[in-house]
Write a new protein. Structure first.
Length: 201
């Protein structure tokens, strides 16, 4: 079943177009800056990741303490403390954290590449298997590039990935905002025609 927006919803969406465009421009600007300053971007990713782990760990510790006396309390507490320790280590030594995260990212790309290549041959000869194969090869190539230049790649790869994410997000937000602007123009025109007809009566 297709869900369509009513006039009120379309008008509300249309009025928000400028904020979407502004968000897209900010994301694009941040992505371009990060692309040309990948070391700073990598450091930012590491610090944010460390902060997330620390906050998550604190919440998990509190949750574990709340369930003390129950089965599995000790194991949950240990996992929570390990999460806190990970956050502290990333924040306390971000350079080492960048190296560790780069290893994780490289391994993830390699695993995803192998998985997608295997899946592509399982899909063959159905449509789309070639695209899946190409995607797997790209992921595998990225893993090779990361580890071939390791540990120097640790200083830049996270920042470059962040830049790519910000740029593609910015483009998506920008086009979404422009589409909403067209919706706003159309809604305004419809309102004008309705007002003219009511005035003629």
């Amino acid at each position: 079943m297709t869900v369509t927006d009513g006039p009120t919803e379309r008008a509300a969406l249309g009025r928000s177009w400028l904020w979407w465009v502004v968000a897209g421009i900010l994301a694009l600007a941040g992505g371009v800056w990060t692309f040309f300053n990948p070391v700073a971007g990598s450091l930012a990713v590491t610090l944010v990741t460390g902060g997330v782990f620390l906050a998550l760990g604190v919440v998990e510790v509190i949750a574990a303490i709340q369930m003390r006396g129950s089965k599995g309390f000790l194991s949950k507490l240990l996992v929570a403390l390990a999460t806190v320790a990970t956050g502290v280590l990333l924040l306390g030594n971000p350079l080492a954290g960048m190296v560790a995260l780069t290893i994780v990212v490289g391994a993830a790309f390699g695993a995803m590449g192998v998985a997608k290549i295997i899946l592509s041959f399982q899909m063959r000869p159905r449509d789309g298997w070639g695209w899946m194969l190409a995607s797997g090869i790209v992921s595998l190539a990225l893993a090779v590039i990361i580890f071939a230049d390791f540990p120097r790649s640790a200083a830049t790869i996270l920042g470059i990935l962040l830049a790519v994410e910000l740029i593609q997000t910015g483009i998506a937000l920008l086009f979404a905002g422009l589409a909403l602007r067209r919706l706003n123009v159309a809604a305004t025109a419809i309102k004008g025609r309705i007002a003219d007809r009511l005035a003629d009566r």
